[in-house]
Design a protein around this ligand. Structure first.
Ligand SMILES: NC(=O)c1ccc[n+]([C@@H]2O[C@H](COP(=O)([O-])OP(=O)(O)OC[C@H]3O[C@@H](n4cnc5c(N)ncnc54)[C@H](OP(=O)(O)O)[C@@H]3O)[C@@H](O)[C@H]2O)c1
Length: 411
């Protein structure tokens, strides 16, 4: 078989996050030092401007024109690479043709979607094709859901080492984070709320904590869902709902399902934001909960949604400034408990703002890991989660080159 021209192609390289990713890949790997990569998108002009912005060292970066609306262009792109990273979103609107092209052609794929309903649809439609062709597809390779999914994997590995058994109850709590939204993320979020508002069956599907687990998957465990301010005794602090919990919890449950319930058949997992102690903490948690509810309601009502999109949220292509990206960070904590009551705590941190500066590095390393570390014999075609396909190797990469830390804190 002819060797493909590239190890990796970034489809959507001119998106807000795609441009940051291109800069990161260029810094890490040059254009072809030890990873041959290319930038793809629908606009030749924008691609050329991107290449110029990367400086003279990137003058030989290959550019590929491809449009999500033109299946032949996607097939031609897939024929030239081993891995595709896609940042073309909202994925529920523009993402499916590339998933199909990869699943059909055996090309490995990863992306940044956090759209549960779309992921479920892709698994149902293309799992069989991917198994046949050998394509490995990995959604959610950004802030949602790498820190959560890899953090739980990391905690469980240590629990097995120390206690010989997994933590059947794990909580993830966001201790601190600073970052912003891009137009693409805002558009994806608003699109999910809009679809859910119009479709009761979808609302039911989104409420199911096991919605991304393989068909027929069963667990008797009732999953908690932090919807209102609560006091969390494990952290002696008030907690509020975490907006990304809706996707992260589904990915972590899918990991447990794909690992044949290695975290326990009654594994219970939830996520929330740590707000603070005492009355001040309680009031802040109530304020955060109300703000999130107001956003959901505004997104569901057409006139309010219009005003939100027009006046409040960033437009497609916009996002946090380079300074805001540099100053951003995240710090998330895990506490786990085994069935016997032994407990373990872990911490995952990242430099740069979670959704962009840090996400671009996580996504770049996920793509490189797919291209360089994970043999097809070892991990066959199909839809994977980050922890089930990348495991330990991604933690090493993230700590070495993407500004993340993974640390066990004790019990
Ligand atoms: N999981 C996470 O942590 C995380 C973090 C950040 C972003 N995201 C997700 O990543 C996605 C990108 O975000 P963003 O802010 O970078 O979005 P954005 O700037 O709005 O970019 C969207 C991209 O899609 C491209 N596109 C649209 N229609 C296309 C078509 N028919 N063919 C080819 N390309 C097409 C656009 O091309 P042009 O450049 O030519 O306009 C643009 O590059 C969003 O879905 C967002 O939700 C997730």
């Amino acid at each position: 078989m002819k060797k493909p021209d590239f190890d990796l192609v970034v489809f959507g390289a001119t998106s807000f996050v795609g441009q940051i990713l291109a800069g990161y890949l260029n810094d890490q790997f040059g254009v072809a030092r030890n990873l041959r990569w290319a930038a793809a998108g629908r606009s030749k002009q924008k691609l050329e401007a991107l290449r110029k912005s990367l400086g003279p060292g990137a003058a030989s970066l290959s550019l590929i024109e491809a449009d999500a609306g033109d299946a032949a262009s996607l097939e031609a792109l897939c024929a030239r690479t081993r891995v595709v990273i896609s940042t073309v979103g909202p994925y529920a609107l523009y993402g499916e043709p590339m998933v199909k092209a990869c699943a059909d052609s055996g090309t490995d794929y990863c992306d940044l979607t956090g759209e549960v309903q779309w992921i479920r649809r892709m698994i149902r439609r293309y799992e069989e094709a991917a198994r046949k062709s050998g394509a490995r597809l990995v959604h959610c390779c950004g802030f949602d859901s790498i820190p959560s999914d890899m953090g739980v994997f990391f905690l469980q590995r240590e629990a097995m080492r120390r206690f010989g058994q997994p933590c059947t109850r794990v909580k993830m709590r966001v201790r601190a984070m600073r970052g912003g939204f891009s137009g693409g993320t805002a558009a994806s979020l608003v699109n999910v709320i809009k679809e859910a508002a119009a479709d009761p069956a979808l609302r039911k599907e989104l409420a199911n904590p096991y919605s991304l687990c393989p068909p027929g998957y069963r667990s008797a465990a009732r999953q908690p869902n932090v919807k209102s301010p609560e006091h969390d005794p494990d952290f002696d602090a008030w907690i509020a709902p975490f907006v990304m919990g809706a996707i992260n919890t589904r990915i972590v449950q899918r990991s447990n399902a794909l690992l044949e319930q290695a975290y326990g058949k009654d594994f219970v997992y939830d996520e929330a934001v740590l707000v603070g102690r005492g009355t001040k903490g309680r009031l802040s948690a109530a304020g955060m909960t109300a703000a999130l509810a107001a956003f959901m309601i505004a997104g569901a009502l057409p006139p309010a949604r219009w005003a939100l999109e027009r006046f409040v949220l960033p437009a497609p292509g916009e996002g946090p400034s380079p300074e805001a990206q540099r100053k951003g960070f995240f710090d998330i904590r895990f506490v786990g408990r085994t069935a016997k009551g032994q407990s373990l705590r872990a911490k995952v941190t990242g430099d740069r703002d979670p959704g962009y500066g840090s996400t671009a590095k996580m996504l770049g390393q996920a793509g490189a890991c797919l291209a360089q570390d994970v043999a097809k014999d070892d991990k066959p075609g199909g839809f994977w989660t980050p922890s089930t396909i990348f495991g330990e190797r991604l933690i090493e990469r993230l700590q070495a080159d993407a500004g993340l830390t993974f640390e066990i804190l004790g019990d």
